[in-house]
Each structure stands twice: as C-alpha cells, then as structure tokens.
Design a protein around this ligand. Structure first.
Ligand SMILES: NC(=O)c1ccc[n+]([C@@H]2O[C@H](COP(=O)([O-])OP(=O)(O)OC[C@H]3O[C@@H](n4cnc5c(N)ncnc54)[C@H](OP(=O)(O)O)[C@@H]3O)[C@@H](O)[C@H]2O)c1
Length: 324
C-alpha cells in the first residue's frame, strides 16, 4: 500500500526551501501527498491553501465555479464539484490522502437571496463529502466546525456543525475537528457599521470572546494535522468584550465610539420573524444573538489582533475583499 502522511505523522514535510532551491518543485510536487481542500475559495480556505502547500501537500481545491483557475485559487489543481451534488464528488476525491473541509453556507448578512438552510449547506453537503471520501478510500478527514456548536444545538447553524462533527468523529477515518471562535472577517460588518456612525451592542456588551485571524487559524489547522489532539479549539490571542470590539472599530476610524445597547430579546424576535421568510438568515441572526450574549473563549493561538485588522481595513477599505 502506498505510504502517505496518514501512515506516519512522524514523516517530516518536504522543506519548501529545499524544493525551491534545487528547482525540483514540480517533480516533488507530483509525489507529494494530495489534499482535497473543500472551501478553497473561502476566507479560511484562501489562508489555508498556501500553508498546506508550504507544509508539503499538493492541494486540489474544490469549487462549484467552472471559471476559477488553480492560479486564482492559489492551489495546485482545481476540482469543480458541488457538495450538494454527490455525483460530482468521486472524481474530486480520487487519489486524495486527506480531505479537508472548510466548506459551508454563507455567513454574510447581506447575502439575502441565499435561503438555503445550514442543515443543507453545511450538514448535508459535508455528509456527502464524508461518504464519498470513505468510498474513495481516503483515510484522513479534517473538518472545521464552530466553537460551542453542541451547546448552541437548538440553532440550525450550530446544530449542523455539531451533527457533522459528531459523524466525522464516529467515522473510522483518521479525523481532526477544528472548533474556532469567530474569524476576523466575520467582524468586518461591525467596522462597516461604525463607518456609518452606528454601533449596536446586544445587552450590556460584557460577553467575552477571542476572535481569530484566518491566517492564524490556518496555521492551527496545519499543525492539527501533525498529531494529537484530534479536536482542536482555537481562538485568537486577545480576549475582548463585545463592547471592546465595537470600540476598537470606532477607534480604527479615529472616531468617538457611539454604541447603543439593544435588548437581546428584541433581536431574537426579529430573527424568528426573519426565519419565516429566509431560514438561513433567521438562523444566522439567532446564532449572532446567542454568541454575542455569552462568553465564547477558546485557547489562544497566533499573534494577529482584531484592532490591527480593523485599522488595516479602515485605511484600505478594499484591501481584503469579501470572497466571491
Ligand atoms: N466565519 C466565521 O467567523 C466562522 C467561525 C467559525 C466557523 N466557521 C466555519 O468555517 C467554515 C469556513 O468559513 P469561511 O468563512 O471561510 O467560509 P466562506 O468564506 O463563506 O467560504 C465558504 C466556502 O465553502 C464553499 N462551498 C459552499 N457550499 C459549497 C458546495 N455546495 N459545494 C462546494 N463548495 C461549497 C465555497 O466554495 P465555492 O463558492 O468556490 O464553491 C467557499 O469556498 C464554515 O463552515 C463556517 O461555518 C466560520
């Protein structure tokens, strides 16, 4: 049987420096273990692809879009496929040593036309990927869930991640589950609201969290592949209250913070009403209320700070465009 990194976590990844310096990258790349990266075009996927490559993996990026090239995605090769169309997945999984999924439904509040429930876009979709991976003989599977998914299980977004993570853990595969706090990109809306002179806190804003930069989380993901533990909870280096986060956004813009406190119950009512029309948006709003009114803190990783992220965006509003 072909030896892969799954067989031995002690095999060192080929040094990218050595490969480059002898000009043998193409040759070694063909021999490198193959990872199918689902979600390659997303916020986390875009940070993860170069790090997986630097760690010695050949990266095959999965996307639904025919027009995305390997160069545009920053991967070695592209597989066009839709996790909701299982017939498109066997070819994508073919020959992969590892399937890494950070694919899921949109967390964009502005994406109002997208009404697909998370139980479909996150749970069903990744379930198809897990089943196809097993059928294709893939031996390793890594999945990005969300911190606190089990405790927030009444919410469709959290429940979908919790259910999927459970099935990954119950599989016979060599699995990893990553449980992150909110990504920096998720907090971008707060800066955009502050730009318009507005800022809202749910309740008194004292609930704490430690958001994590996509780049730092990508480092965590690569390190998690190297050994134990198999479940890795990850947040950023700074624990902030929700009020701190709102104030950081105004400070980055050089403005005096103007934060209005709103009762969480009101927003829960709005999320329920929204859910009648758009189940995805309703679940996302409800998830937002739940996580903003409780402590969501994970072990600290990385060095990037939310304040510096806001300052970068304040100075260069188009510096980090939202993924297409
Ligand atoms: N953002 C956060 O704060 C946060 C926090 C904790 C956990 N998470 C979880 O982490 C994961 C990654 O988040 P992200 O913010 O990086 O996501 P994102 O930027 O919204 O990207 C989503 C990715 O999923 C892919 N995708 C979605 N549906 C697909 C389908 N049916 N078939 C194939 N690919 C599909 C998209 O690929 P194409 O469009 O190219 O097909 C895209 O690359 C998600 O599961 C999210 O729930 C996010």
């Amino acid at each position: 049987m072909r030896k892969t990194r799954a067989d031995s976590d002690t095999d060192p990844a080929p040094s990218p420096f050595l490969l480059d310096s002898f000009g043998f990258r193409g040759y070694f790349s063909a021999m490198a273990p193959l990872v199918l990266l689902a979600g390659a075009s997303g916020r986390l996927g875009q940070a993860l692809a170069p790090r997986l490559r630097a760690a010695g993996w050949r990266v095959r990026g999965l996307t639904r879009r025919q027009d995305r090239s390997a160069a545009a995605l920053g991967v070695d090769e592209v597989a066009v496929g839709d996790l909701l169309d299982p017939d498109t997945l066997p070819a994508a999984c073919q020959g992969a040593d590892l399937v890494f999924s950070c694919a899921g439904g949109s967390l964009a509040l502005g994406d109002v036309r997208n009404r697909t429930r998370y139980s479909t876009s996150d749970y069903q979709a990744n379930r198809h990927l897990l089943a196809t991976s097993r059928a294709a003989g893939v031996r390793r599977f890594a999945y990005v869930s969300v911190l606190g998914a089990e405790e927030l299980g009444a919410n469709d977004y959290a429940a979908s991640h919790a259910r999927m993570a459970r099935e990954v853990r119950e599989s016979e595969l060599d699995w990893r589950v990553i449980e992150p706090t909110g990504f920096f990109g998720f907090f971008r809306e707060i800066l955009e609201m502050a730009r318009k002179g507005r800022g809202a806190l749910l309740g008194d804003g004292s609930a704490r969290t430690n958001p994590i930069a996509e780049e730092d989380l990508a480092d965590v993901c690569v390190a998690a592949l190297g050994g134990a533990p198999r479940t890795v909870a990850a947040g950023g280096p700074e624990v902030l209250t929700r009020r701190d986060i709102g104030e950081l956004a105004f400070q980055a813009l050089g403005r005096t913070p103007k934060l209005i406190s709103a009762p969480p119950g009101l927003f829960l009512g709005v999320s329920r009403m929204t859910g009648l029309v758009n189940p995805r948006l309703g679940a996302l709003l409800e998830f937002g209320v739940r996580v903003s009114t409780r402590d969501v803190v994970a072990p600290a990783h990385g060095s990037r700070t939310l304040g510096a992220y806001f300052e970068r965006l304040a100075a260069h509003p188009r510096a980090e465009p939202r993924p297409a």
